[in-house]
Design a binder for this molecule. Structure first.
Ligand code: PMP
Length: 369
């Protein structure tokens, strides 16, 4: 048994067959994204007792491996599932840190409320991450731009086919060593406009991080890839084609006067932890940041007139990525040989500097694991 700094005790049943140091080194030499997993997983279970009282119990670390689920488990039928994504970074002195985990814990609970899943006390969220990273510390890469991607998720495990909120739930964290999300050097990416498919609608689950949103976005992502684009842009067709977000990232615009603009949180887009950090970092750099409605017309006209000088996407996996081109059958905005903009790069450097320990953490965003 281990007492974590967050006060939750996780029991440990360590893997009988962890990867050898050689196997691990081979994986860490070229981790890619989402391909390989560490030797362990952290788990906390939830159930509702006969008096209707729910509680979290049995926090533990076990060997990574398949989950045994009843075929009638609610998650398999009604998609009652939510998840998070954050990273652990190895600093030059070997210490391992994570970035704003309390923001991910809060967003998980926001998602939980929307999906009628139980909220998880933050000490379990942070405790699970700390325990897993402590046990699998050797898996945190130290290369430039590399990190250990952490994937907390919560699933409805109750064996019951009635349509209601499940009374048995499991929270887990898995970890995957990660290189550069888009691979190779930082080049501006091309983005495809999704006209036919929406990711979210008013009153729906767009502001929650639930698996169903991503399932619904895959057909648009396939269309994007078939047209040579890395990601898809979703618009609100019922609101003047207001820009929402990409399949897995938020969007920012840099204006001629040096200010920034990003779509306001309307309930249909995900509030990215990177988005909130970019807003703060830009303000620290003396920039004004507007959270407002930005339409496709403004994007097109602004790039043409020079009012918009840079566009970039941001999220945990890719950090900050310049957008070179936005297109579909009828639009072509930007240029194939666009270079990463100065403001985009300055914000990226500042944010990466904080995460990797080379710039001062003035906002107290880092937690040591
Ligand atoms: N939007 C969507 C739809 C996402 O999946 C993500 C990735 N979690 C983001 C935005 C960016 O969020 P974050 O900065 O917290 O990674």
């Amino acid at each position: 048994m281990t007492q974590t700094a967050h006060g939750v005790e996780f029991s440990r049943q360590l893997s009988a067959n962890p990867k050898s140091a050689e196997e691990r080194a081979a994986i860490l030499a070229n981790p890619g994204f989402g391909n390989h997993f560490t030797d362990h997983t952290a788990i906390v279970d939830y159930s509702v007792d006969e008096n209707g009282k729910g509680g979290w119990h049995n926090p533990r670390v076990e060997a990574y491996g398949p989950i045994s689920l009843d075929p009638s488990a609610a998650v398999l039928h009604y998609g009652q599932e939510i998840f998070e994504g954050l990273k652990a970074y190895r600093h030059a002195d070997g210490s391992v840190w994570t970035f704003r985990p309390e923001a991910n814990a809060a967003r998980l609970n926001k998602s939980a409320r929307r999906l009628a899943l139980p909220e998880l006390p933050a000490e379990y969220f942070l405790g699970a991450i700390r325990e897993l990273v402590t046990v699998d510390k050797e898996w945190v890469p130290d290369g430039d731009g590399e990190s250990l991607y952490l994937r907390p998720f919560m699933i409805a495990t109750e064996a019951f086919l009635g349509v209601r909120a499940a009374r048995e739930v499991s929270f887990r964290v898995i970890a995957s060593p990660a290189g550069n999300y888009f691979g190779g050097e930082l080049k501006p990416v091309s983005i495809w406009i999704s006209r036919e498919y929406a990711r979210a609608g008013r009153g729906g689950t767009g502001a929650a991080k639930c698996g169903g949103n991503y399932a619904a976005s895959l057909i648009a992502q396939q269309e994007a890839e078939a047209n040579g684009c890395k990601q898809v842009l979703f618009l609100d067709q019922f609101n003047d084609n207001a820009v929402e977000e990409l399949g897995g990232m938020n969007v920012f615009f840099v204006m001629k006067d040096g200010s920034l603009a990003t779509p306001a949180l309307t309930g249909t887009i995900l509030e990215g932890v990177t988005r909130m950090s970019v807003i703060q970092v830009a303000k620290d750099m003396g920039r004004e940041v507007a959270e407002r409605k930005i339409t496709l017309d403004e994007w097109r006209d602004g790039v043409a007139s020079g009012e918009i000088t840079e566009v970039f996407a941001c999220g945990t996996a890719a950090v900050i990525t310049p957008i070179g081109v936005l297109k579909d059958a009828t639009e072509f905005i930007g240029s194939e040989d666009a270079k990463a903009g100065e403001t985009t790069m300055a914000i990226r450097e500042r944010l990466l500097g904080i995460q990797t320990g080379t710039s001062p953490d003035t906002h107290g965003w880092l937690t040591r694991l």
